[in-house]
Every structure is written in C-alpha cells, then in structure tokens.
Design a protein around this ligand. Structure first.
Ligand code: SF4
Length: 69
C-alpha cells in the first residue's frame, strides 16, 4: 500500500496535488491539502501514477512517499 506524506511546514497550498488527486486529497477552506484522517494519505493502486505526478510537480517539495514496511 502506497502512502503519501504531506510536509505541512513546506506546503503553501492551492497546488496541483489537490487537482491531480481529486477524490483522494481534499482541500481545506484555505486551499491546503487535507488527508481524510489527518495522517499520511493512502493512495489507491489506480491513482499511484497521479500521486507520482503530484510529488514531481509540487513546487515546495512538500510531498513524499512513505516507505513500505
Ligand atoms: S502541490 Fe505541494 S505546495 Fe502545493 S498544495 Fe500540494 S503539497 Fe502543498
């Protein structure tokens, strides 16, 4: 299972990640990405490509994959 970590200290909101991961990452009222449960975001298998694109496109390098254990 792939998990996506959002570095809240680096994120500046209103980014492509919310559009790329519609249905997986929501937006709060200020335009910051929201994890459904406040922790690392579980990425469905069929959205892994979108998640890789989001990591690559984040201008703040605020997204990373959590290592599987
Ligand atoms: S693309 Fe990066 S900086 Fe922009 S909202 Fe997403 S995590 Fe934050």
């Amino acid at each position: 299972m792939t998990k996506l970590h959002i570095d809240w200290t680096a994120c500046r909101g209103r980014g492509a990640c919310i559009e790329l991961l519609t249905g997986v990452v929501a937006s709060d009222e200020w335009g910051y990405p929201l994890s459904p449960d406040g922790t690392d975001v579980t990425i469905p298998l069929d959205r892994e490509r979108d998640a890789r694109d989001a990591v690559a496109m984040c201008p703040r390098l605020a997204l990373s994959f959590v290592e599987r254990r």
